[in-house]
Design a protein around this ligand. Structure first.
Ligand code: ARG
Length: 252
């Protein structure tokens, strides 16, 4: 009996070692390529001094930690938000970490990790605006970012809007009086408002439900998904993600 247990233990150790070797072997480079769209502070942005290919933010820290926990380098591939899911499907990137909201539609083409952040859509308006809730947008002109859940929200409400490639373009439209409101994720909105005088946030929790951010991987890539989930779980439990969000949300 004892011998048998020993044998089983040894056999499973061998199986695990081989699995690890092939696992590492399949990614000979020892890196995980994370796709993102670095136009979404405080989750991802081109770092302060604008050095090309240098990214910072909550998601970037999480990606680096996932790499570190697995003895691999986390490489960041910056691309349009709209391209991320396709890039996963065609193997150009291993995962997408981009403040990406879990939606049923997206879950049809990729697998999502456990969520790591709760968000909601909010409305950014100019100080003194008469917009006080989502319903007020019916007669107004709203700017959203193409492909973001903010666009889905305004489409579902049936209101007219124009979509732009970047959040900062929407903010410029608002600042220049070309639109009345911008609908975008809460933490990013706070960042824009603190960076641009004369803007305020209007919330409407009832109209805009809550959203959860998660990391996306190719359908069926449970090997990577398990690694990602293990790190997220740890970072949620030990307060690292809360600390990161404090750090990046209050940082000037
Ligand atoms: N949470 C929103 C969504 O999933 C916006 C995410 C935008 N992220 C970015 N890195 N640009 O659609």
């Amino acid at each position: 009996m004892k011998k048998f247990t020993k044998f089983v233990a040894l056999a499973s150790a061998v199986v695990m070692a081989v699995a690890c070797m092939t696992g590492c072997g399949s990614k000979a480079s020892g890196k995980i390529v994370f796709g993102t769209n670095a136009e979404f502070p405080p989750f991802e942005f081109v770092s302060a001094n604008g050095v090309i290919d240098t990214y910072d933010g909550i998601d970037i820290c999480i990606a680096k930690q996932i790499g570190e926990d697995n003895g691999m380098t986390a490489e960041i591939a910056n691309m349009e938000f709209d391209s991320l899911l396709v890039a996963i499907q065609n193997g150009q990137i291993d995962a997408a970490i981009a403040g990406m909201t879990v939606t049923d539609e997206r879950a049809q083409s990729v697998d999502f990790s456990i969520p790591y952040y709760n968000a909601t859509q909010v409305i950014i308006v100019k100080e003194g605006s008469d917009i006080t809730c989502a319903a007020d947008l019916a007669e107004k002109f709203t700017a959203v970012v193409q492909g973001y859940t903010g666009e889905t929200c305004i489409t579902e409400l049936g209101y007219k809007y124009e979509s732009f490639k970047k959040g900062t373009e929407c903010i410029m439209e608002l600042v220049n009086g070309k639109c009345d409101a911008v609908v975008i994720d809460s933490a990013t909105a706070s960042k824009y408002v603190s960076d641009n005088a004369g803007l305020v946030i209007v919330t409407d929790e009832e109209a805009f439900g809550s959203e959860q951010y998660a990391i996306a991987v190719k359908k069926g890539n449970t090997e990577l998904l398990n690694k990602i989930n293990a790190t997220i779980e740890k970072m949620l439990e030990d307060g690292t993600i809360a600390n990161l969000s404090d750090k990046y949300c209050t940082a000037e």
